[in-house]
Write a protein that binds this ligand. Sequence first.
Ligand SMILES: [Zn+2]
Length: 77
Amino acid sequence: MSGLDVTEGGGAGRGSGGRQGDRPFLRVFFRCANQYLRVYRTVDGTGYRAICPLCRKRMNFIVGPGGTSERFFEVSC
Ligand SMILES: [Zn+2]
C-alpha cells in the first residue's frame, strides 16, 4: 500500500474536536479513472484515505509534521 505525508495547514494545536460537516479534504485525481475525488479526513484525524473508483487502488495520506501542504494530488494507477 502506498502513502504520502501531508500537514494540516491551519497551524498547530487546533485540537481534535472539529465541527462536523466542516472536515478538511484533499482533491485527488485518479489517472486511470480520469476523475477527481474529494477525499475527506478520517474521523480520527490521522489522515485521508482515497480509493480509486475504477481500479480500487488505495492511497493513504497521513497527517503529520514534515508532510507536504499540498491539497491536490495526482495518483497514477
Ligand atoms: Zn485507478
